[in-house]
Design a protein around this ligand. Structure first.
Ligand code: FAD
Length: 394
């Protein structure tokens, strides 16, 4: 901010957003330096091989897998904004699949254990997950039911002190590497939303079959599984959060998943924007850097305006979430808008790169492929619109 009588725009201002403290910024620096030094160099290789499990072990060692969990479980005792920082900094790995695999563990599969789990379940699953010693996955989607979670068919039937689980789950991130799954089942098909129950199932239990590694458009560094559950017997202690409560629990889980996904999408769009800006300053055509053409400059203006708007929506919604609200409408808005902006930005960045944008070596086409998932995973655009629309009572 200028103090003299002439006020000039301060484009270099780096003031942090009000939700972040100096501690968050320090955390940001330490995550970024780890990601850039230890993960980013492998991004090309992991596109071919999927990323290795040591990433979890190493991140556990560094304390990055339990940023907002209490210290008594091995966490760092931070707030929700720490998870936002992690999601934002993971984009520097230049590997959407890696960021997604980690986010499934930190912000999708383990939060229900912390919130709804018994002490014994926390010791058995949450504590080693925070250490990076046990890897998790989350099983909601089935071959015949994705958006319509209430249409799932996986059944858990009580048999004495045990439950017998039959069914299948698909598109499960970390499904091949995971040590356990947070599994959504139906325990009472006639009870509507009260007929669902979550289970914690060890993936080496007899009857759990990791059927197929699924090939995808993007996110190649992640593993995506088709899973079958064939007469899998689990004790009643494997129930997570109470019989008949599963639907509500998983709807709660999805809110955190969507908000973290939105934060990652915005950060990914920002990173893509910056890489493309560098390119537009260097690449020349007709005797000048391409960024000097008004048509290209306006693309950057459009992109940065939308990225900034999406970021503010994510931060404001995170602030409400952190402060005890359950802002489902705003989370849906943040998820919808960020995903759309991220896809639009990735597409424009390819355009600005020209032929180079289409080539693998520049990495922009990969961002475009990876980003596309944001409009589908964790609830499609259409489902987000429906949640938002219905929230007005129509
Ligand atoms: C790479 C990847 C990783 C994933 N990881 C996981 C995971 O770890 N765990 C997990 O459980 N799931 C995971 N998913 C699944 C993901 O959440 C679902 O794909 C998503 O929710 C959509 O479900 P669907 O694919 O069955 O699409 P469908 O539900 O079949 O939808 C098809 C189309 O119909 C539209 N549609 C459906 N219902 C409505 C409606 N009421 N109104 C308007 N339009 C509608 C949809 O928007 C979409 O355009 C993953 C998916 C992918 C691709």
């Amino acid at each position: 901010m200028a103090t003299a009588d002439v006020l000039k725009p301060d484009f270099q201002s780096g003031k942090k957003h009000f939700i972040f403290t100096d501690d968050h910024e320090q955390l940001r620096q330490s995550i970024r330096s780890f990601v850039v030094r230890e993960l980013q160099p492998h991004s090309e290789e992991w596109e071919e091989t999927t990323f290795p499990d040591w990433v979890f072990h190493r991140m556990g060692e560094l304390g990055f897998l339990g940023l907002s969990y209490p210290e008594e479980y091995g966490g760092q005792g931070g707030d929700y904004y720490c998870n936002i920082v992690l999601a934002e900094e993971m984009v520097h790995a230049h590997s959407g699949g890696l960021a997604m695999g980690v986010a499934v563990h930190t912000d999708m599969a383990t939060p229900p254990i912390f919130l709804f789990g018994t002490e014994e379940q926390k010791q058995r699953y949450l504590v080693p997950s925070i250490k990076g010693e046990r890897i998790s996955c989350l099983g909601i989607t089935e071959p015949d039911a994705g958006s319509d979670v209430s249409g799932i068919k996986t059944r858990a039937v009580r048999d004495g002190d045990e439950y017998v689980i039959n069914g299948s789950k698909t598109y499960i991130t970390n499904g091949h590497r995971a040590d356990y799954i947070v599994l959504v089942t139906k325990t009472d098909p006639d009870a509507g939303y009260d007929g669902f129950t979550l289970f914690l199932v060890d993936m080496d239990s007899p009857g759990v079959v990791r059927e197929k590694k699924l090939e995808k458009l993007g996110m190649h560094a992640s593993d995506t599984a088709l899973l079958a559950f064939q007469d899998v017997r689990v004790p009643a202690e494997a129930i997570l959060g109470g019989v008949g409560k599963g639907f509500y629990h998983i709807m709660w889980e999805l809110q955190g998943e969507r908000l973290i996904g939105a934060a990652g999408a915005v950060a990914g769009a920002q990173r893509c924007f910056e890489r493309t800006l560098d390119y537009a300053k260097e690449r020349t055509a007709f005797g000048r850097p391409i960024g000097r053409f008004q048509a290209i400059r306006h693309k950057f203006a459009e992109m940065s305006t939308k990225i900034e708007a999406a970021r503010q929506l994510v931060y404001m919604t995170a602030w409400r979430f952190q402060n005890g609200e359950y802002p489902v409408r705003e989370i849906s808005m943040a998820k919808l808008y960020s995903a759309r902006v991220a896809c639009e930005v990735a597409d424009e960045c390819i355009q600005i790169h020209g032929g180079a944008g289409y080539m693998k070596e520049y990495g922009i086409e990969r961002v475009w492929r990876d980003m596309r998932l944001n409009r589908i995973g964790a609830g499609t655009d259409e489902i987000m619109l429906d949640v938002i629309g219905r929230s007005y009572g129509i």
